[in-house]
Ligand binder design. Structure first.
Ligand code: ADP
Ligand code: MG
Ligand code: MG
Length: 206
């Protein structure tokens, strides 16, 4: 995986977020302030424009550009959290990534989200989709799986993690203000992470 392949992943993520913007916003209207779709779409539209203007030549430069753009263009919780993930990924990325190398980079991103947001698994946040996805990637590569099987497993793990947020009571972010009333709805950030991993499966895993 070089900068070109990884750029295709992030462009596909931007496309899926645009396509699902209204759904993400509806989910955030149920337990937050109804802007997650708008926030992510604004940020990723800016990311695509930045990549068009000057295509990064290395994975590290790519992730840095994505992280800086998300931090500067996306307000709220998700901008700094996704932005931190990509900046940590930038710091962890070698010039070319094989499958296990990518898994290591994505785990660095997850660690960044945890460090920044102080949420734990089960708090009903994006971590509940991202952590299982990273674990699934590690498990797949440890058992000798190829990219297609590994990314498909990671995408499914993210989707299952997102479904598992439905009954949870939120303990971080705006949804936590609702207390018990946050139960019964999927977490918006876990839903956008599901799109990130679906995009990985259809580009990096293809
Ligand atoms: P805001 O809540 O500021 O309006 P968004 O609506 O864009 O920001 O993003 C909300 C999402 O951010 C939540 O659904 C959740 O997944 C994620 N989130 C919020 N706080 C945290 C946190 N402390 N750690 C991890 N993720 C968080
Ligand atoms: Mg919101
Ligand atoms: Mg907001």
């Amino acid at each position: 995986m070089d900068a070109t392949a990884l750029t295709a992943w992030l462009r596909e993520f931007a496309r899926l977020v645009a396509e699902n913007k209204d759904e993400l916003t509806a989910l955030d209207s149920a337990i937050g302030d109804g802007d997650h779709g708008v926030n992510m779409d604004r940020g990723l539209t800016a990311v695509v424009a930045a990549l068009d203007a000057e295509p990064p030549e290395t994975p590290s430069a790519l992730f840095k550009k994505v992280g800086m753009t998300l931090i500067s263009k996306v307000g709220g919780a998700s901008g700094p959290l996704y932005g931190t993930a990509f900046l940590r990924m930038s710091a962890a990325a070698d010039a070319e990534l094989d499958g296990p190398g990518f898994a290591k980079v994505l785990r660095a991103g997850l660690d960044g989200v945890v460090a920044r947001g102080k949420a734990a698994p089960g708090d009903k946040t994006m971590i509940d989709a991202l952590a299982p996805a990273v674990d699934a990637l590690d498990a797949a590569f440890a058992s000798g799986a190829g990219l297609a099987d590994a990314f498909s497993a990671a995408s499914e793990a993210a989707a299952r993690g997102r479904e598992a947020t439905v009954p949870l009571v939120a303990r971080k972010g705006r949804a936590s203000y609702l207390g018990e009333r946050s139960a019964g709805h999927p977490d918006p950030g876990a839903t956008s992470v599901t799109l990130l991993m679906r995009a990985a499966a259809s580009t990096l895993g293809a």
